[in-house]
Design a protein around this ligand. Structure first.
Ligand SMILES: C[S@@+](CC[C@H](N)C(=O)[O-])C[C@H]1O[C@@H](n2cnc3c(N)ncnc32)[C@H](O)[C@@H]1O
Length: 218
């Protein structure tokens, strides 16, 4: 989707994708990433997800990237209110870095993020990032993510439903598509596939799939 689409979503508070609690796929499967304590977790297209506070509370370091300045501002306001996490802001080219103890969020376009700016990451957590993007952009997203994250393992959460019944986003991502993006570089393992009670948006039968991507040994 175009940047303007997301800016309008945040401006209109049309953010039904935002969960008020930690995502259950993350909570249930983080240990299967096999990363050490204090690992640095990359959260692409992070919005103001509660998952960041949860990861920090578990002792992980977190780096995110998010287009919307509204989302990033609200994220840090909430973190300051809840846990007193103070931050600093710095402009770097077209991006702005919001830095706090154990947390950096790059505000700007994911595709403008470089390895040098991101730094080393130990794992990737993608919830509602790949599924937020229309098909042509998904190829660019996964290619850039693999460049940024190099051989880090990934926890990926997707939706599976009849795409003809709902336009998206979020888009339906088939198992075949997950494999098309990632199977060359990762062992793709299905951790869970759970049916959404009452269907997606209360009308379309849908599953949530949780994938573990483990780098293939070179
Ligand atoms: C469906 S939301 C998911 C947010 C978060 N992952 C969560 O679980 O709540 C997708 C987010 O991606 C952001 N986004 C879309 N395109 C982006 C881009 N090119 N670069 C950075 N963020 C982007 C949007 O502003 C939006 O907050």
């Amino acid at each position: 989707m175009e940047a303007e689409y997301w800016h309008q979503k945040w401006a209109a508070r049309d953010i039904g994708f935002h969960e008020g609690v930690v995502n259950s796929s993350l909570a249930n499967h983080i240990d299967q990433l096999g990363v050490p304590a204090a690992a640095r977790i990359f959260v692409p297209l992070c919005g103001k997800t509660r998952d960041i506070a949860w990861l920090l509370s578990r002792g992980y370091r977190v780096v995110g990237v998010e287009l919307s300045p509204v989302a990033v501002s609200e994220l840090f306001t909430e973190l300051f209110t809840e846990i007193g996490l103070a931050h600093t802001v710095e402009s770097v080219g077209d991006l702005r870095s919001y830095s706090a103890h154990n947390l950096v969020v790059w505000q700007g376009d994911f595709f403008a993020l470089t390895n040098a700016l991101l730094g080393d990451v130990d794992a990737v957590y993608d919830r509602a990032a790949l599924v937020a993007l229309a098909p042509p952009l998904r190829d660019q997203y996964t290619a850039h993510l693999k460049t940024l994250a190099e051989s880090a393992p990934q926890l990926l959460v997707t939706y599976e439903y009849d795409q003809s019944a709902f336009a998206g986003p979020p888009f339906s991502i088939s198992e075949a598509e997950v494999n098309r993006h990632y199977a060359c570089d990762y062992q793709v393992k299905l951790m869970a596939r759970e049916t959404i009670d009452g269907g997606f948006r209360g009308r379309v039968a849908a599953d949530i799939a949780t994938w573990l991507l483990e780098p293939r040994v070179q």
